[in-house]
Ligand binder design. Structure first.
Ligand SMILES: NC(=O)c1ccc[n+]([C@@H]2O[C@H](COP(=O)([O-])OP(=O)(O)OC[C@H]3O[C@@H](n4cnc5c(N)ncnc54)[C@H](OP(=O)(O)O)[C@@H]3O)[C@@H](O)[C@H]2O)c1
Length: 346
């Protein structure tokens, strides 16, 4: 009787972007529990990822795809199945699951409970840390896509990872090691020890001339550069770091954190010019993760198995309670961390 009463009065807490602005616009709201529709399950969230895109969507409405406030951010979650909608037989109550929230539009992960189609969720092996598992969802999937689908790397190749200590960068270092690649990575000095521990040769992008350093270290440039930083000059540098027949894979605009959203049009212009440039070196873009349904499920399950087997060890930069999401955004804005910042239970 007491349990039933508790269930009916239980509420959901969700972090809402109340208007565009600084981290203070993130507010916790209380509301009724969401109910799963046919084919959906309700997940009690244990960990939700914070991404660089979240900061852009929060601070400005100018990025394509940003809805009008109020809205909830959060593109990846790990949690426990709390209620099954009609027609769901692939998942069980109490099972730990991981998934992306792309199907909800912008996000929705900064919440205590979220309803998602069962088809978007993948079971998490027993014993896995939910905070590490949530790092795998978007960051490792992006790294895997860039490395194995877009660049189609071959064992023994030499690669440069720009932003090597970041969420996606550190995932590229780990997957690069598993793929038998020789890895170089740019990072701030304070992250060099970590980059070296992950098996890569660190380069300080603040003080070193990246192109000269790469050519010194490799004799002729690298086979592939992975660039999640963007910006006109940055992309030219990445292109010049390539050897003959090299591939430049661009998939992000981390530079926008320092230089603002104006880097996006310049980045797109340079990407287009590099694509058109008659050259043995290729400019490549990664496909949209959310459109690759079968690949998404299969690869996410594979990556979670690697995590359970201890073959990858995602870096959790900080674990911040859901109610302190504003503090987590401040941390991302300040920088100086490595890996991914994760929201935990309220
Ligand atoms: N296409 C997709 O599906 C997809 C998915 C996820 C992310 N992304 C993109 O990838 C970008 C990175 O995401 P993330 O989660 O890895 O971000 P993050 O964790 O904030 O990492 C970004 C890293 O960039 C480094 N950095 C900043 N300016 C640099 C420069 N000029 N040269 C080299 N490194 C620089 C910083 O390193 P230090 O602290 O060492 O200075 C930081 O570690 C995001 O901005 C997003 O645009 C795309």
């Amino acid at each position: 009787m007491i349990v039933q009463e508790k269930m009916t009065t239980m509420k959901n807490h969700r972090v809402v972007v109340t208007r565009h602005g600084g981290p203070e616009v993130l507010q916790l709201v209380e509301e009724d529990l969401p109910e799963p529709k046919t084919g959906e399950v309700r997940v009690k969230v244990l960990s939700a990822g914070i991404s660089a895109y979240d900061l852009m969507h929060r601070s400005s409405g100018k990025l394509p795809g940003t809805p009008k406030p109020p809205f909830t951010l959060g593109e990846d979650i790990v949690g426990v199945v709390d209620k099954l909608g009609d027609g769901v037989s692939s998942l069980e109550l109490g099972q730990m699951v991981a998934g992306a929230t792309f199907c909800l539009g912008l996000g929705g992960g900064y919440a205590e409970f979220v309803c998602l189609p069962a088809s978007e969720l993948v079971p998490v092996p027993t014993g896995v840390d939910p905070a590490q598992a949530v790092c795998v969802v978007v960051n490792y999937l992006t790294a895997h896509m860039a490395m194995h689908r877009t660049a189609n790397v071959q064992s023994g190749e030499r690669i440069l990872v720009q932003g090597a200590a970041g969420g996606v960068g550190s995932a590229l270092l780990e997957l690069g090691r598993l793929a038998g690649l020789e890895v170089l990575g740019t990072a701030s000095k304070y992250n060099h020890e970590l980059v070296a521990e992950l098996g890569a040769t660190p380069i300080d992008y603040h003080t070193e001339d990246i192109v000269t350093r790469i050519h010194e270290l490799t004799g002729g440039g690298v086979d592939v550069v992975f660039d999640p930083i963007g910006g006109g000059r940055q992309l030219w540098r990445s292109h010049k770091a390539l050897g003959k027949n090299g591939r430049l894979v661009w998939f992000g605009v981390a530079a926008a954190k320092k230089d603002g959203l104006r880097v996006i049009p310049f980045t797109l212009l340079i990407v287009m010019l590099l694509k058109l440039k008659p050259d043995s070196r290729q400019m490549l873009l990664t496909p949209d993760l959310s459109k690759e349904k079968a690949w998404y499920r299969e690869t996410l399950a594979e990556l979670l198995d690697l995590l359970a087997a201890g073959q990858i060890n995602p870096i959790v930069a900080a674990r911040v309670p859901l109610a302190e999401a504003a503090r987590a955004h401040e941390l991302l804005e300040r920088g100086g961390y490595a890996g991914k910042v994760v929201l935990t239970k309220i």
